[in-house]
Write a new protein. Structure first.
Length: 204
């Protein structure tokens, strides 16, 4: 039952764990798959604890990542530093509990992000909040395509030009940003989509 609907404007962040299928398959072979569940629960706890200070919504868990919704006026410096913190937290948990028990080396492990800003329709359905809107679809496709033409996508954010323009104040010296062209499937205007790719970590 739909109780009400209203529009809200948010930054939408999709984040995904690289090579999660390979990691889980390796753990299953050694009957250690519960370690992966423990890691995901600890990541959820970390996000729940961070919510108070960062004022964001944990919208959905999507199997090997999360969808987060941030206030429309969040500063770029705050948002990008938090995304970097998410990467650091995951890496800490992975290196401590998962990597030591794997039987095969896995090259690309980390977090990738897709980011878009836009209007979402918030629906209160059966006493729970659901959201629909183009920004969700675009952020998901951006995250899904970040690996295209990039052999080392971890720790990177692919976003629309508009989202970057609004967030870029105070970020130029702290992060490297590149133009990125991708094909976003099932997105109007996505056949030759141009955005920005931001690297959360500078290589030495």
């Amino acid at each position: 039952m739909v109780d009400e609907m209203k529009s809200v404007r948010k930054y939408v962040v999709f984040f995904d764990i690289c090579s999660s299928t390979l990691i889980l398959e390796d753990l299953i072979r050694s009957e250690s798959q519960e370690l992966w569940g423990d890691l995901l629960l600890k990541m959820e706890e970390y996000l729940q604890e961070a919510r108070t200070g960062k004022n964001f919504i944990i919208y959905k868990f999507i199997g090997d990542g999360w969808v987060l919704l941030f206030h429309k006026n969040i500063k770029g410096t705050i948002l990008f530093r938090f995304l970097r913190d998410i990467c650091v937290k995951f890496d800490e948990l992975y290196r401590k509990a998962i990597k030591p028990v794997l039987n095969s080396p896995i090259d690309c492990v980390g977090i990738t992000f897709g980011l878009e800003k836009g209007t979402l329709n918030k629906i209160v359905m059966n006493s729970g909040n659901e959201y629909v809107g183009r920004a969700l679809n675009v952020a998901a496709r951006l995250q899904g395509s970040i690996k295209d033409r990039d052999k080392d996508p971890k720790g990177k954010v692919l976003m629309s030009n508009k989202a970057y323009t609004e967030l870029k104040k105070g970020t130029k010296r702290e992060y490297k940003v590149y133009r990125a062209r991708r094909k976003l499937r099932n997105i109007s205007g996505g056949e030759n989509y141009e955005g920005k790719k931001l690297c959360l970590f500078l290589k030495p």
